[in-house]
Write a protein that binds this ligand. Structure first.
Ligand code: MRU
Length: 343
């Protein structure tokens, strides 16, 4: 894993050899961004099963459950995490059934191999999803001018070219002359540290701004559209994304700028009717009071809700790998998700 806590100053990769290390890396934000969290969880579960010393199916089942529970306790908002865990539970049950039917001692290896194959497949599918999102989304962006994003919904946050940044990257590759307005995204600075770095590596022009400049630039900056990622999209289209996304959507509406959400089908949570049911991760106060380990605030209580919820009414379209959903979202999202959502 590329340690995103150290970017852009240091490029350091970690190799993890057990599932608990992977879970800790997700919790501590070595890796972050909803789809990347899903892929990491898939890899972590597969690693746990592959390295298990269980001798019987019952033992392996117990270990598998505890691995899944550990993964599920890392970050509460990004639904890709729970999507990956549910997918692995289904696959484990299928493989366990096969192994019982085969009924010979080597059959636990079938489960071990099957888990690893599933993780590799999740990774492959995420890459393909990003490409498709990029193609659908690029068609919605202006051919030149400015486009605003939030946080980091790029390659660092997925397994491919990114979701929101994948859209921008695809438009750029198709010849659009865009300049990306990147808010720094306090308090964790995913915009300043990660999106700015990623766009710079790609040679895509950008302008870094502070979060409190968002309204000014939406009013005066000739922003053609806003495109952001998502951590969880409820059945009615309400979308949780990095804190600061909601005010950006309100200001975009006020100034007539279309506001797009780009996310894979795995980020849909059709089991909840609206954003009111989305759990919002509360992170440490120190992430607000301190910058790079140095206290910048007075010694006072602080709050850090890591996400906010943008009401569906403010979203012009939700771009997925299976196509673009528009209002009314409930039916459009269910149509796109279809029976394949379970995969
Ligand atoms: O707390 P983070 O950095 O994991 O939050 C990330 C975001 O809010 C992203 O916009 C979202 O996960 C989509 S990433 C393609």
């Amino acid at each position: 894993m590329l340690d995103q806590r150290l970017l852009p100053h240091q490029v350091v990769y970690h190799t993890y050899t057990n599932h608990a290390e992977v879970a800790a890396a997700i919790r501590d934000m070595v890796i972050r961004g909803a789809p990347a969290i899903g892929v990491a969880a898939a890899m972590g579960i597969a690693l746990g099963v592959e390295r298990s010393h269980a001798k019987t199916l019952e033992e392996l089942e117990r270990e598998f459950e505890s691995i899944c529970e550990g993964m599920g306790r890392t970050r509460p908002t990004a639904v890709d995490l729970f999507w990956a865990i549910a997918r692995f539970r289904r696959r484990f049950t299928e493989l366990a059934g096969q192994s019982q039917r085969q009924g010979h001692p080597g059959s636990l290896d079938t489960i071990r191999r099957g888990m690893v194959d599933e993780a590799l497949q999740v990774h492959e599918e995420r890459r393909a999803a990003d490409k498709a999102i990029g193609a659908f989304g690029a068609a919605l962006l202006p051919r030149d001018g400015r486009v605003m994003t939030q946080c980091n919904a790029g390659a660092l946050a997925t397994a491919g070219i990114g979701t929101a940044l994948g859209v921008i990257r695809t438009a750029f590759a198709q010849g659009s002359l865009l300049n990306v307005l990147v808010p720094e995204t306090r308090p964790y600075l995913q915009g300043a540290r990660l999106t700015a770095w990623e766009l710079q590596q790609e040679g895509i022009p950008l302008t870094l701004i502070t979060d409190n400049m968002v309204g000014h630039f939406l009013k005066t900056g000739e922003v053609g559209s806003v495109v952001v990622g998502a951590d969880r999209i409820a059945a009615n289209g309400d979308t949780a994304n990095k804190i600061g996304t909601y005010p950006m959507a309100v200001l975009a509406r006020e100034h007539g700028v279309p506001f797009y959400v780009a996310a894979p089908i795995s980020t849909l949570d059709l089991s909840i009717p609206s954003g009111a049911q989305i759990p919002i991760e509360q992170r440490a106060q120190e992430e607000v009071t301190h910058l790079a380990g140095v206290r910048v605030a007075a010694d006072v209580p602080a709050a850090h809700p890591a996400f906010d919820v943008t009401p569906a009414a403010l979203i012009a379209a939700i771009i997925t790998e299976r196509g673009v959903a528009r209002q009314p979202y409930e039916s459009a999202l269910r149509d796109l998700a279809g029976p394949k959502k379970s995969r």
